[in-house]
Structure formats: structure tokens, C-alpha cells
Design a protein. Sequence first.
Length: 240
Amino acid sequence: MRLDKLLSNSGVGTRKEVKVLLKKKYVKVNDQIIKDGSKHIDPERDVIKVKEEIVTYQKYIYLMLHKPSGCISATVDKQEKTVIDLLDQELQHYKPFPVGRLDKDTEGLLLLTNDGELAHQLTSPKKDIEKVYYAKIKGRVTSEDVKSFQEGVILDDDYQAKPAQLKIMAQGEISEIEVTVTEGKFHQVKRMFEAVGKNVIYLKRIRMGNIILDHSLKRSTWRELSENEKEYCLSLKSGG
Ligand code: URA
């Protein structure tokens, strides 16, 4: 890969900042000063230094985003703001994409990565990865609904949803629930509630597999996954 791309992808600076570093002769490849950002680099073999400090190349990024309502789970869009627009330019160089989708009006945990294999493992229907949502529901959610969810409700296209665990947190004109599903069909949770004659008025994802939305992450902000969270991701990739 190109030296300038490697440097900006490794968090050394923006493309523009990297250009300046190269021009000022701060960058060495295998102890030779290199000013040409287009030089081809083998990240596995070449030793890159900036101001005498070794740069470690990071191929993949793993981010936890607290998605706000009002942006879409896509990488680019002509009209709508996307979840990728919430990231800094430097991170966008890694070309991250969302792992699965949340609706425009859904908030909460969204993983962003450029690791296609991990995204596949987390979203593959065969893997049964649990996704937990908190929701406010118009109407009184009952133990009958809990039973229906356990059995697998029939959606509007006659598809029978996989069994889901429904926990009632507050019952009333507006109920509060937590639901655990293991699939990710289009509008899954909203359609599951429609199947029992109720409407979701607020939806937030709070867990995906072992990864729990960090309480301290404000809406529209993100952080890198912790070492433990990354380990969990790697275990999924190695079939664990
Ligand atoms: N289910 C939905 O209905 N919407 C989402 O965004 C996620 C799950």
C-alpha cells in the first residue's frame, strides 16, 4: 500500500498533515528518509518511523457507535446523513461500514468496522447472535405477548419469527420492554410488535452478542472497542 495511506490510516495525521511530515523529512522507511508519499510499502516487512518513532500499522478498526435517531445505517447517501458522517476524517480513511442496520429512527449500539469477516459472523442468520433492544410500546404489553414472542410471531409477510424473549419492564398506556432476538430482518422488532397489534414508539439497541452499549457514550459519539470486546470479535472469527 502507499506510504501516505498507511500513515494516515495509522492515525499519524490527515492526508494533508502526512504530506507536511514527508516534506519535512520526518518519515523513514527502513531507516531511509522518504519524501514520496506514493512509495509502495509492505506493512508486514517494512519498518516505518515518524520522528524516530515506529508506526504500527492497524489494518482493521472496530468501533462502538451510539447511533442517534435521524441518520441512516449506510456509508454514503446523497440526501441523508449517514452513521459514517459522524466519524472524523482520519477514521473514514479506514473505510468502515455498519455491521447490520438500525432504522433511521432507531438509536443505540451500532458496530462499525472494515473487517468484512467479522461483520459476516455477527450478522449471519446461522450464528444466532443475540440482539437486545429496549423499546417503548404504545399500549399494554401483556404476558400473552410474552408467550407469542416465545413461540415466534407471524410477521406481515407470513414469515414466522424465531422465538424471542420479551421482558416487560413497565406496563401501562405506554409500556417499556426489553426484547432479545437472534435475527435481523427488516424492521424486525417493529413488525414483531405489529404482529401482536402494537406499535413501537421508541427503539434502542443495547446489546449485540457480548458487546453492550457503553452507558458513558453519549448519542452520536463512538469509541474503539476495548481489548476484551475485540477478543470476543476475534473469537467469533475463529469460529468460537
Ligand atoms: N428492529 C427494528 O424494527 N428496527 C431496527 O432498527 C432494529 C430492529
